[in-house]
Design a protein around this ligand. Structure first.
Ligand code: DAU
Length: 334
C-alpha cells in the first residue's frame, strides 16, 4: 500500500509517519511538505534512507505538486498540512485560509480525479469553539472563534460537503491539544520547557485558568491511524487525551520538571484576544472503534521534558531567526 501524507515534516505528521513505518511493514509513505517555518527536515532525518519513505517538496495548494506526489497512484491521503498556531492566525489570518481551506480543496479534487480510496482530514477540537461545560460530540455545531479554528472548520465543512455531493471517501479526526517530541517551540509546552531550560521566564496568558485536554503525540498518531484503517467513511471522530488541565497546572508541572520556581520564572501577560476558556471532547465514538490512549499524562510530560533536554541541537536552531522576530511581535507589547 502507498499512502500520501501531507505536512509530514510537521509535529504530528512526522510522528505519524514514524509510527506507520514502524508498525505497518506493508505501507510505503510519500510525504508532501511545503517546508514552511514549522516543516522541519530534521524531524525525519533518520528516515531519509528508508526505502519505504519518499519526500516531495511542495504545497498542497499547488495542483502540480500534489499530482507529482501522487505519481502512479496512492491508496490513501492523510492531510496534516496546515497552518496551526492560533496566535499567528491573529497576526496573519490569510495564510490560514490558503492552506487550511484552499489547500484542502486541492487535495479533495485530487481524490475525486484520481479515484483515491480514502481521504483523512486531520482537524482539531478547536472547531467546536469554547466549551463552557460538558463535552463536544462529533455532531455538535461548529463555533470556531479564531481565524485558525475558523479556517479548520471551513476545511472540515468542505470535506463533508464533498461526501454529500460527490460521495468522496472521506474521514475527519478532531484532536485535542497534543504534546511530545518534535513540537515547534511556539506552542505552550515546548515554548515553556525550552524557556525554562534557558533560565527565562514563561508568558502565561491572562489568569492561566484556561483548560485544555492533553494528548500524547503517539496516542494522537495511533488514533488517526485507527480511524484511517477502521473508520466509517463520511464520519468524524474526536481524539482526546482525557487529561484536562489548566494552563497554570501545566506551568507548575513544567517548573517542577525543570527545577525552576513560580515566583521568579512566571510572567502573567495580556491575554490572547478571543481566547477560548475550555475545550473538552467526548471520545466515546473512537473508543467504540477500539482506540484508547496509552501514555499516562505524568509519564508523557516527564519524558517530554527529558526529550527537550536531550535534543537541544534540534530546538536551538529553531529559536533563532524567524522565531525571534515572531516572539518579539507576539510578546514584546504584552
Ligand atoms: O486543541 C487543539 C489545538 O491545540 C490545535 O488545533 C492547535 O493547532 C494547537 O496550537 C493547540 O491550540 P492552543 O491554542 O490550545 O495551543 P497553544 O499551545 O498555543 O496554547 C495552549 C494554551 O496555553 C492556550 O490556552 C494559550 C496558552 N498559552 C499559550 C502560549 C503559546 C499561554 O498562556 N502562553 C503562551 O505563550
Amino acid at each position: 500500500m502507498r499512502w500520501l501524507v501531507t505536512g509530514g515534516l510537521g509535529f504530528i505528521g512526522s510522528n505519524f509517519i514514524r509510527v506507520v513505518l514502524r508498525e505497518r511493514p506493508d505501507v510505503r509513505i510519500v510525504n508532501l511538505d511545503a517546508m514552511t517555518y514549522a516543516g522541519n527536515p530534521a524531524n525525519l532525518r533518520d528516515l531519509e534512507d528508508n526505502p519505504r519513505y519518499r519526500f516531495v517538496h511542495g504545497d498542497i495548494g499547488d495542483v502540480n505538486a500534489v499530482e507529482s506526489a501522487i505519481g502512479d497512484g496512492v491508496d490513501a491521503i492523510v492531510n496534516f498540512a496546515a497552518e496551526t498556531h492560533v496566535d499567528r492566525s491573529i497576526l496573519d489570518p490569510e495564510a490560514f485560509l490558503r492552506t487550511d481551506i484552499l489547500g484542502t480543496h486541492v487535495l479533495l479534487e485530487a481524490v475525486r480525479r484520481r479515484g483515491i480510496a480514502r481521504y483523512l482530514q486531520v482537524s482539531t477540537d478547536e472547531v467546536y469553539g469554547d466549551v463552557e461545560r460538558g463535552e463536544s460530540s462529533e455532531d455538535d455545531p461548529l463555533r470556531p472563534r479564531s481565524p485558525y479554528s475558523a479556517s479548520k472548520a471551513g476545511g472540515d465543512l468542505h470535506v463533508l460537503a464533498y461526501r454529500s455531493t460527490y460521495d468522496t471517501p472521506v474521514l475527519i479526526t478532531r484532536g485535542s491539544n497534543t504534546y511530545g517530541p518534535y513540537q515547534y517551540p511556539e506552542k505552550l509546552i515546548p515554548l515553556f520547557v525550552t524557556n525554562l531550560i534557558d533560565d527565562q521566564q514563561v508568558p502565561v496568558y491572562g489568569d492561566g485558568l484556561q483548560i485544555r485536554d492533553w494528548l500524547h503525540v503517539e496516542d494522537h498518531a495511533r488514533g488517526i491511524l485507527h480511524v484511517l484503517e477502521h473508520g466509517t467513511l463520511g464520519e468524524v471522530y474526536n481524539v482526546g487525551g482525557g487529561n484536562p488541565r489548566t494552563n497554570l497546572e501545566i506551568t507548575r508541572l513544567l517548573l517542577e520538571g525543570c527545577g525552576r520556581s513560580h515566583d521568579t520564572h512566571v510572567r502573567h501577560v495580556v491575554d490572547r484576544p478571543g481566547h477560548d476558556r475550555r475545550y473538552a471532547v467526548n471520545t466515546a465514538k473512537l473508543s467504540a472503534l477500539g482506540w484508547a490512549p496509552r501514555v499516562p499524562f505524568a509519564d508523557g510530560i516527564a519524558a517530554t521534558i527529558v526529550w527537550y533536554r536531550e535534543h537541544e541541537s534540534w530546538w536551538r536552531p529553531l529559536k533563532s531567526g524567524e522565531f525571534l522576530e515572531y516572539y518579539k511581535r507576539q510578546y514584546a507589547h504584552r
